[in-house]
Ligand binder design. Structure first.
Ligand code: HEM
Length: 474
């Protein structure tokens, strides 16, 4: 019989133990590797919690700032997670790659989706709800009216609206958001109907104000309900648009505004399609632009050195125009405003007035091993992408100079991305630049100081619409 020395026994024991540990490590590693979502054959639902039956996590989302909810979830589960909001199972995504997948590369697998009452109020044939050929046709018509070569002719008219607007604030304490809404509304109407429909515009505005009161109402069409009143206002809007259409058809001239584009012979839309899309464009153009302008007033008020730099840039343009004897701003002047443009960009990043958008999966979709089931809502979280330190260092800091360099691809999407991205973005930037030219060169304003905070209506907004005291510079 062979006997081993105690030392040899210990060595063999240690070797065997090492072998067992190595096998264990290899086994665990291969299991982990296999269960990495991207390597699994069968995709699994993203991590996350679905909350209570039916109400899901709606209460958690709306009981605090929704952005806190998104940030907490992202911290816990990563850049893709599931939840359940307002009766719908949802997948939220917050990486640039996932947002691009949903909005651009696989956009055909995700259709736009809105609450039923919104769809009925804006009109079922409005651009937001469409996909495919009809959507492409509408986009062509809208872009034709809002691309730079079309809107460059309207700079002086927009300037007249801006000058009139600011003059009316002189010496008053104003609610910035409410006043910016009026400005953005007037510019939107100008770009839709041109200057010549003055006789119908006041009536049209009044109907729109009644309609928008019902935007977030329950779709119960009974006398007395907000929804019923809004639907009545919609009918009146249809009547006004029909009157304008009839008078234009008699004139037999071409118009360069949005209505002209919609009526253009080859691709003409029906009256109903035109009304739905006019209401839709007003809805898309007004509160968005007004919210961004309100944040700009706030950030400029809080950052004197930035305000100084913008003012100097705008005064330089004013001086050179005075020397040339040129009274009105033109398109080329708006291209000499890089500092002001960076302030607009940085405001849109920090404020991210549209924190997210909605889509719905039209079939089961596999994203990097995660299953997004058919019928589930998908929310690309713009704000999380704009506030990630990976994309923008010190993301909470308001620093327009960061836009001296272009942001990384798909990390800056204030106007969305892909097939439904904002066709009004050039007009929005133009009307903001024009207003800021006159605001900074001629006026001063002071913030009340007690209005820190944010509210959602539904766009992110400084608390109480940012009341300010406003006057001419002396
Ligand atoms: C600063 C102001 C604005 C912001 C931040 C903004 C933002 C956006 C965003 C993020 C989208 C895409 C939504 C999605 O993918 O679900 C969008 C779509 C749209 N926007 Fe804007 N927008 C602004 C101003 C305007 C203006 C001035 C107009 C028109 C005059 C306009 C017209 C539209 C339209 C018609 C769509 C729908 C496009 C489609 O579904 O194909 N927007 N906007």
């Amino acid at each position: 019989m062979v006997t081993m020395s105690p030392i040899a026994t210990v060595i063999i024991f240690i070797l065997m133990l090492l072998l067992v540990l190595l096998s264990l490590a290899y086994f665990t590693y291969s299991i982990l590797l296999k269960t990495r979502p991207a390597d699994r054959k069968k995709p699994v639902l993203p991590p996350g919690s679905m909350g209570w039956p039916y109400i899901g996590e709606t209460f958690q989302l709306y009981s605090k700032n929704p952005n806190t909810f998104f940030a907490l979830k992202q911290k816990r589960y990563g850049s893709i997670f599931k939840t359940h909001i307002l009766g719908c199972p949802c997948v939220m995504v917050s990486s640039p790659e996932a947002a691009k997948f949903v909005l651009v590369t696989r956009a055909h697998l995700f259709k736009p989706t809105f609450p039923a009452s919104k769809e009925r109020m804006l009109g079922r044939q409005a651009i937001f709800f469409q996909q495919g050929d009809y959507h492409a046709r509408l986009r062509r018509l809208v872009l034709r009216a809002f691309m730079p070569s079309a809107i460059r002719r309207t700079v002086a008219d927009i300037e007249a609206v801006a000058v009139r607007t600011l003059r009316a604030w002189d010496g008053r304490r104003i609610n910035t958001f409410q006043e910016m809404k009026t400005y953005a509304f007037n510019v939107a109407l100008l770009s839709i109907f041109g200057k010549d429909e003055i006789e119908h515009i006041e009536e049209l505005k009044e109907c729109y104000y009644r309609l928008e009161k019902g935007y977030n109402s329950m779709p119960i069409n009974l006398p007395g309900t907000l929804f019923h009143k809004a639907m009545k206002a919609r009918k009146e809007l249809e009547r006004i648009v029909s009157k304008i259409l009839a008078s234009r058809r008699k004139k037999l001239v071409e118009f360069n505004d949005l209505l002209g584009s919609f009526m253009e012979a080859k691709e003409a839309l029906t009256d109903e399609q035109i009304t739905d899309n006019i209401i839709g464009v007003i809805f898309a153009a007004r509160d968005t632009t007004a919210s961004v302008l309100t944040w700009i007033v706030k950030y400029l008020g809080e950052n004197p050195s930035v305000l100084q730099a913008v003012t100097e840039e705008q005064e330089e343009i004013m001086r050179s125009k005075e020397i040339d004897g040129d009274k009105y701003l033109n398109w080329d002047d708006t291209k000499l405003m890089p500092m002001t443009s960076r302030v607009i960009q940085e405001t849109m990043r920090v404020a991210s007035i549209l924190s997210f958008t909605f889509r719905e999966a039209v079939e089961d979709v596999n994203f990097e091993g995660y299953l997004i089931p058919k019928g589930w809502k998908v929310l690309p979280l713009f704000r999380n992408i704009h506030h990630s330190p990976d994309n923008f260092p010190e993301p909470e800091k308001f620093d327009p100079s960061r836009f001296e360099r272009s942001p990384k691809a798909n990390t800056f999407m204030p106007f969305g991305n892909g097939t439904h991205s904002c066709p009004g973005n050039e007009l929005a930037k133009l009307e903001m630049l024009v207003l800021l030219h006159h605001l900074t060169t001629r006026y001063r304003w002071s913030l009340s100081g007690s209005e820190a905070g944010i509210q959602f209506g539904p766009f992110a907004l400084p608390l109480n619409g940012l009341p300010i005291s406003f006057s001419l510079k002396t």
